[in-house]
Design a protein around this ligand. Structure first.
Ligand code: BGC
Length: 363
C-alpha cells in the first residue's frame, strides 16, 4: 500500500473531523452569543436544568497551543461521563471577550463556571459576576488573582520551573543563561519563574551562572519568543550557553532563532506541554526537555470537582494557595520532566503521542 497516500488520507480525515467539531462548537458559540432564543431559561444553580442535567460553563482563554484543544475535548468528555453537560467558549486571548462570554454562560444559567483566565487580574470581574448570580467558579490551570475564587486546580507550576532549571543545570552547571519567559499577564509564568530561580539562585550566588537575558513573551507566542531570542543573541554576540524557555511554543520560537544562527542543538533549551513538535525536537536533539502534564488527570479532576460543587457537595482540597485576596482551596498535580531518555516510558507509553509521530517514522 502507498503509505504516503494513506497517511495523507488519514490527515485529511483528522482535519475534516477537527473542522467539523470546531464548526459545530463555533456555531454553538455564535448561537449562544447572538440568538436570544438559544439562551436557556435561568434556573437556580445546583438545581438540574429542565433536561435534568447539571450544566457546567467552561470559559477558555485560547485554543492556540495544542494543549488547549486537548483540554477542551478531555474536559467535555469527563463532564459528560459524569452525566452533566458543558457549554464551552474560547476568547482568542481577549480579556473583554472572555468577560462577555462568561456573562453569556452565566445568563444561560450554568450551575458552575470553570475559567482558564487570559489575564489573571482582569478575570476577577468574572468571579464577581458569577457570585452575584449564585454560581461558584473554579480556576482551571491558571489562577485568577485577587478574587474570591472557589477552587483552583492545576499542575504545580513552580515545580514546572524547578524541573526545567534542574535538567538544564545538570547539563550546564556554569555558563550564560537566557530566560525566555511566558506571558506576564499569566500568573503561571510568574510561578514558573519563581521555580526556575529556586534552582538557579545558588549557582548565581556562587558566580557559576549569569543570567544574560530575561524577558517575558507576550501571549506566549513563538513569534515573540523568536524576537526575544534574536535580541538575546545579538546583545551577547551569540555567546550563550543555555536557554530556559517557559513552554514548547516559546521553545519553538527560540530554537528557530538559534537555528538561524547555526546554534540549534548546540545549546540546551527547555520547554513545557509535551507538544508533538517539541517531542520531535527532543528526539532529533534541538530541544533538551519538555515538561509533560498528563492533561487527562487535570480535566478529569476538574470535571469531578465542578460537578460535585455544582451539586452543592462539600470538597476537601489538598492545600491552599494565596491569590492576593484569599487562600484558595487548591489541587496541584505533579508535572513530569521528559527528555530523550524517558520519552518512551512517559508520553509515548501514555499514548499522549504515538511513537510513529514522535520519531516521524511510518507505521
Ligand atoms: C499553561 C501552559 C501553556 C501556556 C500558554 C500556561 O498557563 O500552564 O501549559 O503552554 O499557558 O498557553
Amino acid at each position: 500500500m502507498d503509505r504516503g497516500f494513506s497517511n495523507a488520507r488519514l490527515i485529511m480525515f483528522t482535519l475534516t473531523l477537527i473542522f467539523f467539531t470546531s464548526a459545530c462548537e463555533n456555531a454553538a458559540e455564535t448561537r449562544a452569543t447572538t440568538d436570544p432564543s438559544a439562551v436557556e431559561k435561568n434556573h437556580s444553580p445546583g438545581q438540574p436544568s429542565e433536561e435534568g442535567k447539571i450544566k457546567i460553563g467552561f470559559s477558555m482563554d485560547t485554543l492556540e497551543e495544542e494543549r488547549w484543544l486537548r483540554d477542551r475535548a478531555l474536559f467535555k468528555e469527563a463532564v459528560e461521563n459524569l452525566g452533566a453537560e458543558v457549554e464551552i467558549m474560547a476568547a482568542n486571548e481577549d480579556d473583554a471577550k472572555q468577560i462577555l462570554q462568561a456573562e453569556t454562560l452565566i445568563s444561560q444559567g450554568v450551575d458552575l463556571l470553570v475559567v482558564v483566565p487570559n489575564n489573571a487580574e482582569a478575570t476577577a470581574a468574572i468571579v464577581n459576576k458569577a457570585h452575584l448570580a449564585g454560581i461558584k467558579v473554579i480556576s482551571y490551570d491558571r489562577l485568577v488573582k485577587n478574587a474570591d475564587i472557589d477552587m483552583y486546580i492545576s499542575f504545580d507550576n513552580e515545580q514546572v520551573g524547578e524541573l526545567q532549571a534542574k535538567a538544564i543545570t545538570e547539563l550546564v552547571p556554569k555558563g550564560r543563561y537566557v530566560l525566555i519567559g511566558g506571558a506576564s499577564t499569566d500568573y503561571n509564568a510568574h510561578l514558573l519563574k519563581k521555580g526556575v530561580f529556586n534552582v538557579l539562585q545558588p549557582y548565581i550566588d556562587r558566580g557559576d551562572i549569569t543570567i544574560v537575558y530575561d524577558q517575558w513573551t507576550d501571549n506566549w507566542t513563538p513569534t515573540n519568543a523568536y524576537k526575544n531570542m534574536e535580541v538575546a543573541l545579538k546583545a551577547n554576540n551569540n555567546h550563550i550557553d543555555a536557554v530556559i524557555a517557559a513552554n514548547d511554543a516559546t521553545a519553538g520560537g527560540a530554537i528557530a532563532a538559534l537555528e538561524a544562527h547555526g546554534l540549534a542543538g548546540k545549546i540546551p533549551v527547555s520547554g513545557q506541554d509535551a507538544e508533538l513538535a517539541a517531542a520531535q525536537r527532543i528526539v532529533v536533539g534541538t530541544q533538551h526537555l519538555t515538561i509533560y502534564k498528563p492533561l487527562n488527570m487535570l480535566a478529569e479532576k476538574a470535571a469531578e470537582l465542578a460537578v460535585k460543587m455544582a451539586k452543592g457537595e462539600s470538597i476537601v482540597a489538598d492545600r491552599k494557595i494565596n491569590n492576593g485576596k484569599i487562600e484558595v482551596p487548591s489541587v496541584l498535580l505533579a508535572p513530569i520532566a521528559v527528555d530523550r531518555h524517558n520519552i518512551d516510558e512517559t508520553i509515548i507509553r501514555d499514548h499522549f503521542h504515538s511513537r510513529e509521530d514522535v520519531y516521524m517514522v511510518d507505521q
